[in-house]
Design a protein around this ligand. Structure first.
Ligand code: ZN
Length: 110
């Protein structure tokens, strides 16, 4: 855990952020600056700085993030209308919080 990391503090339950899903490995909550009607952040509890810092041991958590998104889709009503999953990597890629997280956006009128 990185002391000065916002997502470590959120994932550690140190803020009043409401989790839409929590497992022993990850949490899911709404982005405070949504880009779409549905905009979730899927965040590993383990501090990993960015995609560039992934190691072989992180394979499972990456799969867990995608399966969590699959499970959230029907709950958010976007499983049939569709959604996007993406990672912003480093400043030039739009990453603002340097703790790995996957975005899930959707819910547009189709
Ligand atoms: Zn962190």
């Amino acid at each position: 855990m990185a002391e000065d990391c916002l997502f470590c503090r959120i994932a550690g339950g140190e803020t009043n952020t409401e989790f839409l899903m929590e497992t022993d490995k990850l949490v899911v909550f709404e982005d405070i600056n949504p880009l779409a009607p549905v905009h979730l952040l899927l965040v590993p509890k383990q501090h990993i700085r960015s995609v560039n810092d992934l190691t072989e041991q992180d394979r499972e958590i990456l799969a867990d993030l995608i399966f969590a998104a699959r499970d959230m889709a029907p709950k958010m009503g976007v499983d049939s209308t569709g959604y996007r999953l993406f990672f912003n990597v480093e400043k030039g890629g739009g990453q603002e919080i340097f703790h790995l997280h996957m975005h899930m956006i959707g819910g547009w009128e189709s």
